[in-house]
Design a protein around this ligand. Structure first.
Ligand SMILES: *Cc1c(COP(=O)(O)O)cnc(C)c1O
Length: 476
C-alpha cells in the first residue's frame, strides 16, 4: 500500500475511520474493564473540545506558546495540592504513567551521579507488584532492578524485605499506591522511614491511585498515607488520564523540590540547530492533553470528582461482594479503591476470560507468580459502574459454562513447552509453538486461553521473547 495518488473525499475518510473501529470492544457501553476511563458523555465533550483547541500548539517551546506553560504549571500545582505537597513541590506533565515513572528513575540515577559518584552500578529496589514501567526504565537507563517479594496474604511488600535488598549501589526505593495487580497500597510510611535512614530517594507510583485515593480521603473514607505528607517520599507519579478522567496522554510526575527535579531535565546547545531544553522525554508535544487535563480538573472540581468517586466506590463494593458470593471465585487481598483481582481454585480463569469475551466483555487476565495466583483483573470506572449487575449475571453464567467445557490439558501444554525448550533448534521450535497456539502472522488470535496458559508456564524471559516475536509479526 502506498499513499493514494489522489486524495480521497473527506466523507469517505471519516466513514473509513469509523469502520476501522468495528472490531474494537465497545467501551462506550462500558464493557471494557480496563484501558478506558469514561466520565460520561457530557464531561467527555468538555475534555474533547479543550483537547482539540490545543491540538496544534507545541509545548516544546513555552516562549512561543506561553499558554502551554500556563496549562502545565496549573495542572501540576493542582495535583501537588491534591497530593498534599507544600509550595516547594514541583513537577511536570508527561504523556503517561510509563513516562512519569521512567523520569523518576532517570532523575534518581542522575541525582546519584552528582551526589554519590562512588555508585557505578545503580540499583533500585522494587516490589514484584511494581508496574512494568520500572523494568522498562531499568532497561532504558541502565539501572538494575532488584525485585522484592510480597506478603502472599496481603499482597503488600514487607518493609523489612525492602531493607534487606538495599546495597551500597541502591539509589532508589519504589512502592505503589496502589499496585495494579491487586489494588492494595504498599506500606509507604514504613518504607519512607527506611529510605530516610539510608539517605535514599523514594518514589511512590500513584499513577492509578493518586486521584481516586486523594478524593476518597477528602470524602472521609480511610485511606492509607502515601503522599507528600509522608516524610521521606521524594517523588510521586499520578495519571490524569486514569481516574482523573482526562484524555489520554496526560500524567504528572512530582518532586519534593526543585533541587531534585533539576536532574530530570535535559538540555543540548551543541548542534548547529536550535538549542533543545526538554524537561520530559518528548520534545515536540501537543498542548492537547494538557488542555484536556486542565479542563476536566476545572470543570468537575472536587465536588464533581467526589460524585464520580462515590458512584464508582459503591459499584465496586457491590461487585466485590457479588464476586465473593460466586462459590468458585474469590477476590484477592483487601483492595482500597476500584481496582482489584479475583482468582479461582475450581475454574480455569483464562477460559473464563474467553467466555466473558464471547459475551462482549474485556476482563484482563493476570499470570501466576510465586507470590500471586493467576487472576482476572477488574477496574471499575464511571463509564461501567452501571453495569455491575449485568457483569455479575454474565460472570455466573460464564463460570457454569467453563465448568462444563473441556478443560485445557495442562500436561499437554507443559509437554509442548518442554519440547520447545529442549529442542536443538529453539528458534524453529518456538515458531512452531506460536503456530500451534495461533499467535503467528498478522491475524489477531480469537481464543486467548491457550496462549495465556503457555505464557504462564514459560520462564519470564522466554515469554517476553514470544510476545516480542508476536508483535514483530503483527505490525507489518
Ligand atoms: C497504568 C499504570 C502505570 C503506567 O501508566 P501508562 O499511562 O499506561 O503508561 C504505572 N503504574 C501503575 C500503578 C499503573 O496502574
Amino acid at each position: 500500500m502506498g499513499i493514494p495518488k489522489q486524495g480521497r473525499p473527506k466523507e469517505e475518510i471519516f466513514a473509513a475511520l469509523e469502520r476501522f473501529k468495528a472490531h474494537d470492544l465497545d467501551w462506550k457501553s462500558g464493557r471494557v474493564w480496563a484501558y478506558v476511563y469514561n466520565p460520561g458523555d457530557e464531561v467527555r465533550e468538555v475534555v474533547n473540545r479543550a483537547y482539540t483547541m490545543f491540538l496544534t500548539e507545541n509545548a516544546l517551546d513555552p516562549t512561543v506558546f506561553p499558554s502551554t506553560l500556563r496549562l502545565e504549571t496549573e495542572v501540576v500545582r493542582m495535583v501537588a495540592d491534591l497530593l498534599r505537597g507544600d509550595e516547594n513541590v514541583v513537577g511536570h506533565m508527561t504523556t503517561g504513567g510509563t513516562e512519569s515513572n521512567m523520569l523518576a528513575v532517570k532523575t534518581a540515577r542522575d541525582w546519584a551521579r552528582a551526589h554519590r559518584p562512588e555508585v557505578d552500578r545503580p540499583e533500585m529496589v522494587l516490589p514484584i507488584t511494581a508496574h512494568p514501567s520500572f523494568h522498562k526504565a531499568a532497561h532504558f537507563l541502565g539501572v538494575k532492578p532488584v525485585v522484592v517479594g510480597i506478603n502472599p496474604e496481603t499482597f503488600q511488600v514487607e518493609p523489612e524485605a525492602m531493607r534487606a535488598a538495599i546495597t551500597p549501589n541502591t539509589i532508589l526505593l519504589v512502592a505503589s499506591a496502589p499496585n495494579w495487580p491487586q489494588g492494595v497500597v504498599d506500606p509507604v510510611p514504613e518504607i519512607a522511614a527506611i529510605a530516610q535512614e539510608y539517605g535514599l530517594l523514594f518514589h511512590v507510583d500513584a499513577c492509578v491511585g493518586g486521584f481516586y485515593l486523594s478524593f476518597l480521603r477528602q470524602m472521609g473514607e480511610p485511606v492509607p498515607d502515601f503522599d507528600f505528607t509522608v516524610p521521606g517520599v521524594t517523588s510521586i507519579s499520578a495519571d490524569v488520564h486514569k481516574y482523573g478522567y482526562a484524555a489520554k496522554g496526560a500524567s504528572t510526575v512530582l518532586y519534593r523540590n526543585k533541587e531534585l527535579r533539576r536532574y530530570q531535565m535535559f538540555a543540548c546547545a551543541e548542534t548547529p540547530g536550535y538549542a533543545v531544553i526538554n524537561p520530559t522525554i518528548l520534545s515536540t508535544k501537543s498542548g492537547g492533553p494538557m488542555a484536556g487535563a486542565w479542563a476536566i480538573l476545572n470543570y468537575l472540581g472536587e465536588e464533581g470528582f467526589h460524585r464520580i468517586v462515590r458512584t464508582v466506590h459503591e459499584a465496586t463494593q457491590r461487585l466485590i461482594r457479588g464476586i465473593n458470593e460466586i462459590p468458585e471465585l474469590r477476590v484477592l487481598g483487601e483492595p482500597v479503591m476500584c481496582i482489584f483481582s479475583f482468582t479461582s481454585d475450581q475454574v480455569n480463569l483464562f477460559q473464563l476470560a474467553d467466555a466473558m469475551a464471547r459475551r462482549g466483555w474485556y476482563i484482563q487476565p493476570q499470570p501466576s507468580t510465586p507470590f500471586t495466583p493467576r487472576s482476572l483483573h477488574v477496574s471499575v470506572n464511571y463509564g461501567n459502574a452501571h453495569l455491575v449487575d449485568t457483569l455479575l449475571q454474565d460472570l455466573r453464567e460464564a463460570v457454569e459454562e467453563v465448568k462444563q467445557a473441556p478443560p485445557i490439558d495442562r500436561e499437554r501444554v507443559q509437554a509442548l513447552v518442554d519440547w520447545a525448550l529442549q529442542s536443538p533448534d529453539p528458534q524453529a521450535a518456538f515458531r512452531q509453538l506460536r503456530q500451534t497456539v495461533g499467535i503467528e502472522g498478522t491475524q489477531l488470535p480469537q481464543e486467548l486461553a491457550l496462549i495465556n496458559e503457555i505464557l504462564d508456564i514459560l520462564p519470564d524471559h522466554l515469554a517476553d521473547a514470544l510476545l516480542i516475536d508476536f508483535f514483530n509479526d503483527l505490525y507489518v
